[in-house]
Design a protein around this ligand. Structure first.
Ligand code: ZN
Length: 247
């Protein structure tokens, strides 16, 4: 779970280092600076009031501003290396990164590419993908969608995605996840199974997939990814867990 007392940090930087063969598709739902300002306004009077009222310091969950999804072109390399690390215990990683490729089969459009970033406090990146990246869904097209995610979907997202895929048979979705989110939970396992049955291909990211994601979605300054020591072992661990769940 996200720490609700933590200030909402916004990081947004982009570079125009887009490969020419891939069409640039960066969408910003709203102005992030504006959101920061309104977040600060919403928080400041609240804090002052609680501390100054009668000397009693009340620990109450701070209401975050309306939930935001961050969209972007390429991920900061340090953020990627932290968020996508396939460790077993993902302490501090309270958000999901979703890198996507969309191919609609139209020769003149190329691939739609980008990433979404959320926190586990509101609508998640998976849901945002459908509203922000496929807003003009066309039933006549064939969509081939690939996600590289820092962790696999929660049960609520898995259920929504399974419904979306059942209703839209022309979307073929493949998910590659660095980690399995709360895979011990029966509900999570049921959600992954439902997705699998709905036709979604679910895989754990292999070392090669991390390198591909780095090359394709990270501000990598043309440097290769140095894979961490236990990347392969961790992949094998999660791969076996997923195979058990989906069998
Ligand atoms: Zn979710």
């Amino acid at each position: 779970m996200a720490d609700k007392g933590r200030p909402v940090m916004r990081r947004k930087e982009k570079k125009n280092n887009e490969p020419t063969e891939i069409k640039k598709e960066v969408k910003n739902g709203r102005n992030n600076d504006e959101a920061d300002a309104s977040a600060a306004e919403a928080v400041a009077p609240n804090d002052a009031g609680q501390n100054g009222r009668n000397g009693d310091f009340q620990v109450e969950p701070m209401e975050l501003p309306p939930f935001e999804i961050i969209t972007g072109d390429r991920i900061d390399p340090l953020v990627f290396q932290f968020q996508f690390k396939n460790v077993e215990y993902s302490s501090g990683r309270n958000k999901t990164f979703l890198c996507y490729l969309v191919d609609t089969g139209k020769a003149d459009e190329g691939l739609q590419r980008g990433y979404l970033e959320d926190e586990h406090t509101g609508s998640h990146a998976e849901e945002a993908f459908f509203t922000q990246c496929l807003p003009h869904y066309d039933p006549a097209l064939k969509y081939t969608v690939t996600w590289y995610m820092s962790s696999s979907p929660c049960c609520a997202c898995a259920a929504k995605m399974a419904e979306a895929l059942k209703a839209r048979r022309n979307i073929k979705l493949s998910i590659f996840a660095a980690r399995l989110f709360e895979w011990e939970e029966a509900e999570i396992q049921a959600g992954l199974k439902a997705l699998h049955i709905a036709g979604c291909k679910i895989r754990v990211m292999k070392p090669l997939d991390f390198s591909y994601t780095w090359d394709t979605f990270v501000e990598n300054e043309d440097q290769p990814l140095n894979l961490w020591a236990d990347c392969k072992e961790n992949y094998e661990y999660y791969h076996e867990r997923l195979a058990d769940i989906l069998q």
